[in-house]
Design a protein around this ligand. Structure first.
Ligand code: F6P
Length: 476
């Protein structure tokens, strides 16, 4: 249960409006070290935010070691200090592979039928959060501003408060939040959800997510007061604000990288391989929430119905494997190989393959070059908190002849990019129509749609996201 604000050391709660005094402390499971070329959406976004602001980044080291060899690794690069903690194999299994990614991930992505739950794994998740707090607490200063990220670390504020930490603590949920009727499928929902009340600010991607959180506390009647109009929850005199802060990208950087890619050898080779054909592109972690099987099938249907496009468009799907120790992810990989193989077997010509399916990751700068060449971006998740690929695709387009974006209505990005061709990913006919509309859209219309999206992303970029969140938290 959350620790009442009244019991916290009042002297250590900084006042708002002393931004120069605050150090930013970011806590996330995944940390992007500067030498790493590839990072997920969260890690890449946090790296961009910390690069500008400076501060401490605390998280998992990515290593699994026997308990007696556990270390807290410290290093600094440019503006950022890193503190990275090892996990044991058992902790990683219960906390990351288990509760975070087999219980919370499917549930939060509106797929409760894929949810696997065990009390032991929830206990393991809570234990890792406790250990993170134990190791982080001694590194914290009174006037730090702590920013915790994502579903792996929901109870972290509760654990920090229990150790007397009175600093401002904000939380950002990168993934969606389903309505209460779905959340209550989680056997430990009451215990877990109560820990949200120990944050000062909870940021979510969209309005629906904020509403879902407030609705949960309203219908649960758990002793937490809800002010739905103000967007806040209160317990024992401690108020937590809940608000949407849609995450974004470094728009200027992606645009610049896409321009810079044009002359390089990889880019030229890739362009030559297309032999003047149009390109559709999808880039997703290999995850069942991304709707890749549905997309592959829709592309097959498109070729079926539109013979005139056979041999004239190639679809490049980049899908780096992810969470491979989780069975549902392995099954997805096998399923996709089957569908891609069947589609290619059916339609390929000696000099043309409809689906180029690539299971590896690429640096952001290389991807920016690939996006630039594509006339069509396919971003059709079944459910997604935001989806930064949609935004990167737009940022990377050439202004004089931009491509069109086919975007799932169920990605957070759809709220911000209404000029995309919005589709329901569960509707194969709608996807086929979307692909056709994108490939045949007049250049003027593409330009107008793209210009509106690019202008929006130029002001609503990663810097604005960080400033908005930290401003609302009372620092920054
Ligand atoms: O979507 C949630 C998220 O944390 C992303 O921000 C990130 O790209 C992805 O999951 C990374 O997953 P993992 O750390 O399990 O590889």
């Amino acid at each position: 249960m959350s620790r009442p604000a009244a019991n916290r050391p009042a002297a250590s709660r900084p006042e708002a409006g002393r931004p120069e005094a605050s150090r930013l402390v970011v806590v996330s499971n995944r940390v992007a070290l500067p030498r790493e070329t590839r990072a997920g959406g969260l890690a890449a976004a946090m790296h961009a935010a910390l690069k500008e602001h400076g501060g401490l980044w605390f998280g998992w080291s990515g290593k699994r070691v026997p308990a007696e060899q556990r270390e807290l690794h410290r290093e600094s690069a440019r503006n950022i200090d890193y503190a990275l903690l090892d996990l044991t194999r058992e902790e990683h299994e219960a906390y990351y592979l288990g509760f975070a990614n087999r219980t919370l991930w499917p549930l939060l992505h509106f797929q409760p039928t894929l949810m696997e739950y065990s009390r032991a794994q929830y206990a393991g998740y809570r234990a890792v959060n406790r250990m993170f707090a134990e190791r982080l607490a001694p590194l914290l200063r009174e006037d730090d501003c702590v920013w915790v990220h994502d579903y792996h670390l929901i109870p972290l504020a509760t654990e920090l408060r229990a150790r007397g930490i009175g600093a401002r603590i904000g939380f950002f949920l990168h993934v969606p939040l389903p309505p209460p009727a779905m959340l209550v499928n989680l056997p430990c929902h009451a215990d877990l959800m109560a820990t949200f009340a120990d944050y000062d600010l909870i940021g979510v991607q969209g309005r629906d997510d904020a509403q879902a959180l407030l609705d949960y506390f309203l219908v649960q009647n758990s002793g937490i007061d809800v002010d739905a109009n103000a967007g806040s929850i209160t317990i024992n005199g401690h108020r937590t604000r809940v608000a949407p802060f849609p995450i974004s990208i470094d728009t200027a950087e992606v645009a610049q990288e896409s321009m810079a890619a044009v002359g390089n050898a990889t880019h030229r080779r890739f362009l030559a391989s297309l032999q003047g054909r149009k390109l559709a592109i999808g880039v997703d972690r290999l995850d069942y929430s991304k709707g890749i099987p549905q997309r592959f099938k829709a592309f097959g249907m498109f070729l079926d119905r539109h013979r005139e496009w056979r041999s004239r468009v190639s679809y490049l799907q980049i899908a780096p494997p992810s969470r491979e120790e989780v069975p549902e992810y392995r099954e997805l990989r096998t399923r996709l190989e089957r569908i891609a193989g069947a589609t290619n077997g059916r339609y390929a010509e000696p000099d043309w393959v409809p689906i180029r399916y690539v299971n590896r990751s690429f640096a952001q700068a290389t991807l920016a070059g690939f996006y630039r060449v594509a006339q069509l971006g396919l971003v059709t998740p079944l459910k997604d908190g935001m989806n930064l690929v949609a935004k990167e695709f737009v940022a990377a387009q050439p202004p004089d002849d931009p491509g069109a974006l086919v975007l799932s209505r169920f990605a957070g990005a759809a709220n911000e990019l209404p000029q995309a061709i919005l589709v329901n990913p569960y509707d194969p006919d709608a996807q086929v129509e979307g692909i056709e509309q994108a490939l045949t859209m007049p250049r003027e219309e593409k330009r107008a749609r793209w210009a509106a999206m690019f202008e929006y992303l130029s002001t609503h970029d990663i810097g604005a996201w960080r400033r908005d969140f930290l401003g609302a938290l009372g620092t920054g």
